[in-house]
Design a protein around this ligand. Sequence first.
Ligand SMILES: Nc1ncnc2c1ncn2[C@@H]1O[C@H](COP(=O)(O)OP(=O)(O)O)[C@@H](O)[C@H]1O
Ligand SMILES: [Mg+2]
Length: 324
Amino acid sequence: MNQSKALLSVDHLVIATQQDPRVLINDVTFEVHEGEAVGVVGESGSGKTLSALSILGLLPRGVAVTEGSIEYNGVDLAKISAQEMRKIRGSEISMVYQDPMTALNPVMKIGDQLLEVIESHEKLDGSSAERVWEALREVGIPDVGRAMESYPHEFSGGMRQRVMIAMALILSPKLLIADEPTTALDVTIQQQILALVAEERRKRKMSMLWITHDLGVVANLVDRLIVMYAGRIVEAGSVKEIFTNPQHPYTHGLLASLPVTKDKSRKRLTSIVGVPQKPWLVGQSCSFAPRCFKATSECANQIPQLVGTLEKSVACFHPMGVES
Ligand SMILES: Nc1ncnc2c1ncn2[C@@H]1O[C@H](COP(=O)(O)OP(=O)(O)O)[C@@H](O)[C@H]1O
Ligand SMILES: [Mg+2]
């Protein structure tokens, strides 16, 4: 079906706290192919951010990859040195965060910050300032000359997000990872940023891993979707498959909770009752079982494995639409 090559290949990844080991991410396996955009969705706490940070070797102190591999172009990123990782970060893989202030230095002019990104990988030369100018123009910053002389606080949230995208793109990475970069923005600005990213991705033939808790936001942006729940992938597949034929009861619930109209006054129509279990407390069972209307004793006593193809895979003993 998909003949393209995997650029990023995450295999049976386990991430845990180092003291009193608590498993936070369990047995996560997925691929991002060349030029492909993959969305990662799931409630808060499902493990999206840690999965993303592990790729760039940016896990918080006290949290580490304990099993599995993260292959990028054939190199296991979980095993390389900090120095080798610095070479990859920014130029091969870069990241945009939910809060631009995580990436932006509040006391440094925007232009200098972009120059610094170039300088972290290459010697600056006569064309560097021009590259910065062009990078800011490309993301739709008005009056670029003035913007280069400004500080982050002089920009609106949406403009800061554009600056961060310019920073992430200036070294032409092959893979862009975005962790809920539009969550804090109002809907109109959010749509503008998504359109901008979609356009950049198309122009650059870049691969993308786009994280969000909002399935509605990514539907038009990505080719495939990964659904996470309590530290595991419960379903993955093409956007079409996920939207038209969701098999995991959790995915089904997520889709049912999408507002059917654009009218913001309409509240969520359905919601899944209860809260997710903590991954380290789940044990040998399906983590969704306590909230699942299809759960049986099998679900309480065994971990369902993710099985299927790139087009569609599910980790469930009683997938929707299949009588069993
Ligand atoms: N620094 C940390 N130390 C211990 N546990 C953490 C740390 N960061 C996140 N976690 C836990 O790991 C799980 C996954 O978190 P995270 O990846 O941030 O989820 P998401 O991005 O989907 O909201 C959660 O249970 C969270 O409480
Ligand atoms: Mg997160």
